[in-house]
Design a protein around this ligand. Structure first.
Ligand code: NAD
Length: 350
């Protein structure tokens, strides 16, 4: 078994203490990038964890570090299939959905039905079990935003029939379902609107700019920028994000609105390429390609609500998060060398 996966588990932070009583959690989409880090964290916090995933974009090697863990069970299952046989759990995290544009656009019908039918199924399951559900939503619900930075109250600017709609609108309907379950059936739901997150275990083929740029730079190729490179993005390191999800799930009273989780520090795409080039060395430079349809020009979260409610804000600077991510991507497959881990450093009271 590769020990690398276990080594870069997000360490529990000084955030909220895990509940004393034995708890169980279902993590749908737990074999993916974020889901596998979440499984690691929940196991470290003493939970019994049931990871369900159809391996559409997830990978079993993301879970290698948990293979010998008796409190961890992987169940290969689609969230749209009947879920009644799943074990009891007090907490349900729904992360099941391909998250990167090439993956979610590969089969748009799969993406939209996973979001709508899958979320509905998990809401029904959570309701029947009186479990708490946390829905992983996305900053993409804001579309190409006319408001900047985006507050949770901004209703977005989404093209409902464009190539990204299967994801953006799918996630919007999933949010609608969550709040209708809350209003109509008093369900205990929480919605995190996640902004760009990066770190070890991103897929090299996911088409997201950090993984794409790092791979290109490591191969000595020019980094390909769609458009001018002046469009902005904000990047949250994975352990910070997981800390935010955990705090949102453990909040006693569910917030009345979705909560933005992301890093408000804003960089242009060109600035990102410069930092990656500085860390990797070599000078293949950048190559400009035509802009992508419906690509948002600015993306930056307003995280005041997360700070007020959860005492959360990200603590890991892009430079150090990139260093960890580059080290992970640079490790040869199957390497046993430990990738250094970064403990979540979210600050403030739990
Ligand atoms: P990912 O693609 O690595 O993980 C998604 C997981 O869901 C995969 O393991 C995949 O196999 C699984 N899955 C997909 N369809 C499924 C289905 N029908 N049934 C069961 N499992 C299914 O993506 P990620 O980056 O880990 O994102 C996780 C969640 O967070 C997604 O819901 C995504 O929309 C959300 N999110 C992520 C980011 C980010 O920057 N990573 C940003 C915003 C929102």
């Amino acid at each position: 078994m590769r020990s690398r996966v276990k080594a870069e588990t997000s360490a529990p932070s000084s955030g909220p203490k895990p509940p004393r009583r034995k708890r169980a959690a279902i993590v749908a989409g737990g074999a993916g990038f974020l889901g596998s880090h979440l499984c690691d964290r929940l196991i470290a916090d003493g939970y019994r964890v049931y990871c369900i995933d159809n391996l559409y974009t997830g990978r079993l090697e993301n879970l290698d570090g948990l293979a010998a863990e008796p409190r961890f069970t992987f169940i290969e299952q689609d969230v749209r299939a009947p879920l009644e046989t799943l074990p009891e759990a007090q907490e349900v995290y729904n992360l099941a959905c391909p998250a990167s544009p090439p993956h979610y656009q590969r089969d748009p019908l799969d993406t939209v039905t996973t979001n709508v039918i899958g979320t509905l199924a998990l809401l029904k399951l959570s309701g029947a079990r009186q479990a708490r559900l946390l829905q992983a939503s996305t900053s993409e619900v804001y579309g190409d935003p006319a408001e900047h930075p985006q507050r949770g109250s901004y209703n977005g600017n989404v093209n409902p029939i464009g190539p990204r709609a299967c994801y953006d609108e799918g996630k919007r309907v999933a949010e609608t379902l969550c709040y209708d379950f809350r209003r109509q059936l008093q369900a205990d739901v929480r919605v995190a609107r996640i902004f760009n997150t990066y770190g070890p275990r991103m897929r090299t083929d996911d088409g997201r700019i950090i993984s794409t740029f790092i791979n290109q730079a490591l191969c000595g190729e020019a980094m390909t920028i769609h458009g001018t490179g002046c469009q902005s993005r904000s990047f949250c390191y994975v352990s910070d994000l997981i800390e935010g999800l955990i705090r949102l799930m453990r909040l006693e009273d569910a917030p009345a609105t979705p909560v933005n989780l992301g890093n408000p520090e804003e960089f242009t795409v060109l600035e990102l390429t410069e930092e990656i080039q500085r860390q990797i060395g070599g000078c293949a430079g950048v190559r400009h390609l035509p802009p992508v349809e419906d690509d948002p020009q600015r993306r930056c979260p307003n995280i005041e609500l997360a700070f007020d409610l959860l005492g959360w804000r990200p603590g890991i600077a892009l430079r150090s998060g990139l260093r960890q991510t580059i080290d992970w991507f640079a490790s040869p497959p199957g390497a046993v060398a430990d990738a250094p881990s970064i403990a979540a450093t979210a600050v403030g009271p739990a």
